[in-house]
Design a protein around this ligand. Sequence first.
Ligand code: TXA
Ligand code: MG
Length: 338
Amino acid sequence: METLMLSRSEEDISAAGKILRNGGLAAIPTETVYGLAANALDGEAVAKIFKAKGRPQDNPLIVHISRLEQMNSLVSEVPDAALTLAAEFWPGPLTMVLPKADIVPEEVTCGLDSVGIRMPSHETARAVIEAAGVPLAAPSANLSGKPSPTTAQHVADDMNGRIDAIIDGGKCDVGVESTVVSLCGERPLLLRPGAVTPEMIAEAVGCCDVSHAVLEELGEQEKAESPGMKYKHYAPETEVIIVKGSFENYMRYCRENAQEDDWSLCFNGEGDILAMPHVEYGAEDDLLSQARGLFDALRWFDEMGAKRAFARCCEPSGVGLAVYNRLLRAAGFRVIEV
Ligand code: TXA
Ligand code: MG
């Protein structure tokens, strides 16, 4: 299949809308990461997403909407908390898991009785949903197991020849995937951290629990609240190791342990002080900049053929919880305290 490269022009957005309406696949920019979209109400179209990504069959997809009314037809119940969170954070990087309506095909939810819904803030994403005239199911547009794509080039690297079209909307602003919060239980439960922090959710609706799977590896037999959490995710070929501690101790660790083809994944300004190849992924005091740079840095290591990458890391709170969660998975939970 030939993959069309589209722009953000009105004409191209309407072409993407048509592809999607006809059961095809189009990669679209969002403020978090690029998504691989299909008509969420067409089970056959949605099944193609799993094939194109090589995605495990039990990992459900998020449904993207452009207008609040669309949520009503997709869920069987709208708790007050959902309306409050929608008013506060939509459009934006927040996915709410709610009891699903029958209209949502099994292919989207993988047999669960809940569905994740998000209204992206990216203008192009919402314009494509409008052009398609249907809600769009969209996981991140990477091959399963690869870091999520934050540029159209990343998408093309993984998906060229596998999907109908890619819309180039430039570099994603947030850089890590949306916050996923379940509103199916008594209290809101954060399943995946993102730019909307648990503190922000608690501020809006009174409380927000955080799934232990955010910072801990799931046990062999444990059932994941969010199926995506159980897969080795965001994994580059390079072996990533988190080296946690002061920069001074980090430097000493690198000096004593680095071998040929080992790289440093460090904060802005630190690279020149280290006598080894390095990628700077953001400013130490700016968590959003780290979120924006992380996945690009992880893909870069593979391109460079890096053997190992020693990673500097932030504190796991606020937006740092999202950055640390992704880094931890990229590292397969390997952390060395120095
Ligand atoms: O920012 C994002 O959310 C991006 C853009 C494209 O919108 N999408 C994205 O989708 O990251 P994906 O498929 O890569 O991740 C969806 C996550 C998975 O961890 C999945 O298990 C979880 O959301 N999820 C989806 N539906 C769920 C449900 N009904 N219950 C629990 N978890 C769910
Ligand atoms: Mg993903």
